[in-house]
Design a protein around this ligand. Structure first.
Ligand code: SAJ
Length: 428
């Protein structure tokens, strides 16, 4: 069986970098490659360019082990892992440009017995229909001369380090030998089960997982709208419904963001629009949840938001991360600006963020000091810990819209504040 002594990881982002560090700290020499020179410069100077709990330490250990090197150029190795982004274009079609360039960058170095592993989330058949033909231009045959497989990354941002090691890992080879080669590579650090299947099944599994979650969040978001209409508290209703042994409704919120769940279902819709209507509808429900937040705010503040001073708490796409990609909170901030509201934003996990058109300040004091209304858009733990006493000292605002159910409105009411929660009708 193949022994992978040195591998090249193309793409040093949220998945590629932790994966590179993991291999390096488990005795595999890793040559990490990124096309972004700023990323390479930052890593070379010892600085990790993304926030993920535990990653700084893991990176330091990887560098100290002497097994991790980073560079802008690919080099000859035993194995290659492609871990580049697959965003979608404006027309909701997958942008596979980075996968194509990364695959092309490998071809000059590809040799007999090498393994090429795609990790980027991709539409079904990408490994066999797109990656394989590019690699075979070398004259080497996939599955015979070299191994080719797809392995979805399934780690949850915020828990990447432990999930990389402990989650079950799916390896989909284009044939049995390729699956076994992939298994051999990942067993250097994966402690969860490593299960083999075909490349296209592995691609589909990844898309099914995230689509399943998206559809389930969509039903929770739709429930929040129905609850608002019928005069009930959606959070209480969900909590009680979930007492049923076979029901587990997820949390409604301001929408679904991030680079995975709000993107991946489109890959299925793109590939087979005639038979993915439910997935399409769920995407639309989640994508329109920021408008529901806006309309809920209008119910509270009046239709005309012009000149209203609003403090936005939270811009990241979900709690406890610094990632603003596809964030519904950012979208809501833009919607409020379009309505003429005067807004300031605070994101504790990325206080130096810059987004065109938004005023982002680095503290709770600064975001609330001249606000009339406070809008909480991300369930960061620290927002749930804010007390009426804290706020009273720093702002005259007494009206709070809580889109994530992090405040107890009864407690705040007793302290002279009015808290409205998303999906809780104002006629309760
Ligand atoms: N959200 C809700 N309600 C919920 C749960 C989440 O509105 O009850 C929102 C979040 O606030 C966020 C979005 O959904 O905006 C997505 O967050 P998430 O925590 O559900 O997922 P991601 O995108 O951070 O990570 C997902 C994970 N997939 C699944 O849980 C099926 C992760 O395991 C994948 O590795 C990752 O996508 C990925 O890279 O594909």
């Amino acid at each position: 069986m193949m022994n992978y002594k040195e591998i090249c990881i193309l793409g040093l982002g949220y998945i590629g970098l932790p994966t590179a560090c993991m291999f390096a700290t488990h005795g595999v020499k890793v040559h990490g490659v990124d096309v972004n020179q700023d990323v390479i410069n930052s890593l070379k100077s010892g600085k990790v360019h993304i926030f993920e709990p535990g990653l700084d330490d893991l990176f330091r250990n990887a560098v100290n082990s002497g097994n991790l090197h980073v560079s802008s150029d690919v080099k000859s190795c035993d194995g290659y892992i492609i871990s580049v982004p697959t965003p979608f274009k404006d027309n909701k079609r997958a942008d596979l440009g980075a996968v194509i360039s990364a695959t092309e960058a490998i071809t000059p170095y590809l040799q007999n017995n090498n393994l090429v592993m795609l990790e980027s989330t991709s539409p079904p058949r990408t490994t066999v229909d797109l990656v394989k033909p590019i690699l075979e231009k070398t004259g080497l045959r996939a599955g015979y001369d070299f191994h080719l497989a797809y392995s979805p990354e399934r780690v949850l941002p915020g828990q990447i380090i432990s999930e990389l090691v402990n989650n079950p890992r799916i390896i989909g080879g284009i044939n049995h030998k390729s699956s076994e080669a992939g298994k051999c590579l990942y067993k250097s650090f994966v402690e969860g089960d490593i299960i083999t299947t075909t490349a296209t099944t592995a691609e589909m599994i990844k898309l099914m997982e995230n689509t399943y979650r998206d559809v389930n969040i969509a039903i929770a978001n739709e429930f929040s709208r129905l609850a608002d209409r019928f005069g009930i508290d959606v959070w209480e209703a969900i909590r009680l419904a979930n007492l049923h042994p076979r029901v587990n409704i997820l949390n409604p919120g301001p929408g679904v963001g991030g680079h995975c769940i709000s993107v991946d279902p489109w890959f299925l819709v793109e590939a087979a629009p005639d038979i993915s209507k439910l997935i399409f509808q769920a995407r639309n429900v989640n994508d329109s949840q920021p408008i529901f937040v806006l309309n809920s705010l209008k119910k509270l503040l009046g239709d005309n938001l012009y000149g209203k001073k609003i403090a936005i708490l939270g811009l990241s796409y979900k709690p406890e991360v610094d990632d603003l990609r596809e964030s519904p909170a950012v979208e809501i901030a833009h919607l409020l600006i379009r309505e003429g509201a005067l807004i300031k934003c605070y994101e504790p996990f990325k206080s130096d963020a810059r987004i065109e058109g938004l005023t982002i300040v680095p503290s709770l004091e600064q975001v609330t000091n001249d606000a009339d209304t406070i809008v909480i858009l991300v369930n960061h733990k620290q927002f749930g810990l804010i007390t009426p006493d804290n706020l009273r000292m720093i702002t005259k605002a007494r009206l709070i819209f809580d889109s994530v159910n992090c405040l107890d409105d009864e407690i705040w009411k007793d302290q002279g504040f009015v808290v409205h929660r998303l999906g809780v009708s104002q006629q309760v």
